[in-house]
Design a protein around this ligand. Structure first.
Ligand code: PGA
Length: 276
């Protein structure tokens, strides 16, 4: 076995995907948040599975914890990946109500970490988020790290400071190999669930200059170029083109529009058309 063969097998198939899709495979992830019962989740996952007509885009569904097993069963044999919406940093122990990466890895390949709703309502800070990212990576889960400024921060001209600090604090200390496995979602808080998506040029500027710029400082340009960065915040089938037509934006983290197969598939298929 050659060194390259060995490397591909040990690092996993996402490396192979990257090689095929001009380094970064487009990714559309659906964050169901606290929506869908197991029965409803099964119906939605099945409809997405049946309607999916592309392999250009990597698709990830992130249901609530109790809905994960039935969605896992529904997606058996398909290319659609599964993610969780949160994770604890310890493997096990006296942490009532928490779910560990060891439990998740039986079901999921991805986990959303540091979503603004967790930062805002559950007081997650940068240090907790950093520990969660490390724990996820330790167990082979791919973190989807969320960063983004609030409206007040944006209006005070603090977007650059907030986004660079959140990115840096969550990822500091990772090895370059660990960093290549991380996905980042830039989600301006004021755009989430408001129907007021960011302007594509603004999102591109934040992603290119401040998110990828920080990754370059931390891990060097070659690693930063391999890392996928998504946009999130009121993405719909109508506005997705505005974001994914930009080479710096590798896909989207979708909330509300991921709750209906028709709108979620619309976003995926438009992404496949533009990025193919
Ligand atoms: P939204 O949510 O698409 O409903 O704005 C996005 C997110 O919170 O990830």
């Amino acid at each position: 076995m050659s060194f390259e063969d060995h490397l591909s097998i040990s690092i996993g198939d996402h490396i192979l995907h990257r090689a095929r899709w001009n380094m970064r495979q487009p990714l559309i992830a659906g964050n169901w948040k606290m929506n869908k019962t197991a029965t409803e989740g099964q119906v939605l996952a099945q409809a997405i599975r049946l309607g999916l007509q592309t392999s250009v885009v990597e698709v990830v569904l992130c249901p609530p914890f109790p809905v994960i097993p039935i969605v896992h069963a529904t997606l058996q044999g398909s290319s659609i990946r599964l993610g969780a919406q949160n994770v604890h940093w310890e493997d096990a122990g006296a942490f009532t109500g928490e779910v560990s990466p060891v439990m998740l890895k039986e079901w999921c390949q991805y986990v959303i970490i540091g979503h603004s709703e967790r930062r805002q309502y559950f007081r997650e800070d940068d240090e907790m988020i950093r520990r969660k990212v490390l724990a996820a990576l330790r167990h082979g889960l791919i973190p989807i790290l969320c960063v983004g400024e609030t409206l007040a921060q944006r209006e005070a001209g603090e977007t650059e400071g907030v986004v660079t600090a959140q990115t840096r604090r969550a990822l500091e200390g990772l090895t370059p190999e660990q960093a290549t496995r991380v996905v980042i979602a830039y989600e301006p808080v004021w755009a989430i669930g408001t129907g007021r998506a960011a302007n594509g040029a603004d999102a591109e500027k934040v992603i290119q200059r401040w998110v990828r710029g920080t990754l370059e400082e931390l891990f060097g340009p070659a690693v930063a170029q391999q890392m996928r960065i998504l946009y999130g915040g009121s993405v719909t089938p109508e506005n997705i083109t505005e974001f994914i037509c930009r080479p710096a934006i590798d896909g989207a983290l979708v909330g509300g529009a991921s709750l209906r197969a028709e709108t979620f598939l619309g976003i995926i298929h438009e992404t496949a058309r533009v990025k193919a």
